[in-house]
Design a protein around this ligand. Sequence first.
Ligand code: SF4
Ligand code: SF4
Length: 312
Amino acid sequence: MIQTLNTLEGKPMPVALAAWNTQDLMKQLEDLLRSIVEEEKNDIPVKRVQRQLERELLYQEIQLQWPKMAPNERLAAWKKLIQLSEQAAKTPLPTCVGCGECCRKGSPTLHSEDLELLREGKIPWADIYTLRAGEPVRSPFQEGLTILTEERIKLREKPGSTECCFFDGETDQCTIYLHRPLQCRAQACWDPRSTTRLTDMPHLTRAELFQGVDLLLDLMEEHDQRCSFERLHKAFEKLHQTGGDSVEEVLRLLSYEDHFRTFLCDRLNIPDENRRLVFGRSFSELLPIFGLKLVTESDGSTCLVPDGRDGE
Ligand code: SF4
Ligand code: SF4
């Protein structure tokens, strides 16, 4: 383990840095960046600060020369790295350095302006889905759940992750960079005002996407009314108040919603990959958000249990 001593402007000052190899140096630098960013509290991702730092010639030189440096040279180099790190965290360059952190934290919602990208096939329709009004969602900018007041169309995330489906984790690159949506083009982690920049831009809706396909629009509206999130929230509230006695009501609603979407999608030949766009995410799919899951008993009956537990 590397010992540290607080002697340099309150930052950890290594006494064993003479023994560090380049890998140790990188690890220590990462820890240092994390502590500086935490202190700054400016919401700039650590990875972004690291990327900016890596662009500095002095940083590159230190990294290259580190194995050959004498202990006193290493001490001077480490002090320089602390200064450069603080500078990068405090004064981020007003540009995207391609760290990919915003693409890892979540996929963008689409605006009307993005419709052209869909029409031209730059973004495949199979890679978007609908979040319906009233749906509980997790925001990368807020703790806990938020209830959507209006519907949103969103790029798909990779299964089991918050990462955008177009993000290449190996190269940290966007695979549709030239055709990325408006929200991604407006993304500016270095500028706190960037989150409000698109406030006046209208969001894309299913009504725009399926304009002219009246039958589908009517069915989507019917689904929204019969299987509204308001109904689901109320059913869960009652479940809580009755100590679980009204579970049948919740199960009926889940089954009805599932039947509604499956029946219509089958009848209309809507491919599996487009169903979450047409009718949004199913109630059953969202159960983990409410801390629940469905399990099928040995007799074939369905049961609702807390997520993370098997049925009794
Ligand atoms: S905009 Fe996103 S990808 Fe670009 S530097 Fe900021 S967090 Fe990284
Ligand atoms: S579309 Fe590209 S830029 Fe936008 S979140 Fe996805 S990977 Fe990142």
